[in-house]
Ligand binder design. Structure first.
Ligand SMILES: [Zn+2]
Length: 243
């Protein structure tokens, strides 16, 4: 049975002598594994497309042993990301986050659309925007998976946030009085308003937004910690403390 899906390749690993095993996040079926037969042979017509970041319409055969690649119609291979080391490093974190939080047999319609917008924006905008775009993506992931921040009031007592802390056990923001754990992270007012700005603006509006280096570093650190605690994952490609 032939099936067509729209998807982006998250992972492509060598499999047996000449095959690759692709992890693809698709619009229609969520995360799937697809075997690409013979793609390591020099004359394979799919060779150029069986790489991370390839965004395409994939034709699949649903066989007894799982999906087999039967055709690829590439929409965008995101050339800038693949050829620019810094862009590649930020965009790789996006793929790693998707691979680690998405489970098979579950559809992630909104997350898929957000991921494609995010990768598209990293590819086509200035490299200096990549970190902000990644922060926006993590905020979207948290929100789409049910972890939205209340940025104005303490999630426990409802009081005003004169000093704010991220409660790592719940992912919510609490005030100084309700902050009971040593591991919780203080969030500066600058970081709080950065989260608000990124929540309210879509990817295509991020190029006009600038944060200081300190705010951006703290923001990415806090978002990463929250993501790691909520999903019990570690994102190895994410370098949140550089510079
Ligand atoms: Zn409180």
């Amino acid at each position: 049975m032939d099936e067509r899906v729209k998807g982006i390749i998250l992972k492509a690993i060598d499999y047996k002598e000449s095959d690759k095993l692709l992890t693809i996040l698709t619009l229609e079926k969520g995360k799937i594994l697809v075997r690409a037969r013979g793609v390591k042979k020099p004359n394979s017509k799919f060779k150029a497309f069986c790489q991370c970041f390839c965004f395409a319409d994939f034709e699949l055969i649903n066989g007894k042993a799982g999906y087999i690649l039967a055709g690829v119609n590439c929409i965008d291979s995101f050339f800038d990301i693949v050829t620019d080391f810094d862009k590649f490093s930020y965009a790789s974190s996006v793929l790693e986050i998707l691979d680690k939080i998405c489970v098979e047999n579950q559809v992630y319609y909104d997350l898929f659309l957000s991921a494609v917008k995010c990768i598209n924006e990293i590819n086509y905008s200035d490299i200096n925007n990549s970190e902000i775009i990644l922060c926006k993506f993590i905020i979207e992931v948290l929100s789409l998976e049910g972890f939205t921040f209340d940025l104005t009031n303490c999630s426990i007592c409802g009081g005003e946030l004169k000093k704010a802390f991220l409660d790592l056990s719940t992912g919510e923001i609490v005030c100084a009085d309700c902050n009971k754990s040593e591991q919780n992270l203080e969030i500066s007012n600058g970081v709080l308003s950065a989260i608000k700005i990124l929540t309210e603006n879509d990817y295509n509006r991020l190029s006009s937004i600038k944060f200081s280096r300190q705010i951006l570093t703290n923001l990415l650190f806090i978002l990463y910690k929250n993501l790691a605690f909520r999903f019990e994952i570690r994102i190895n490609s994410l370098k949140y403390n550089k510079k």
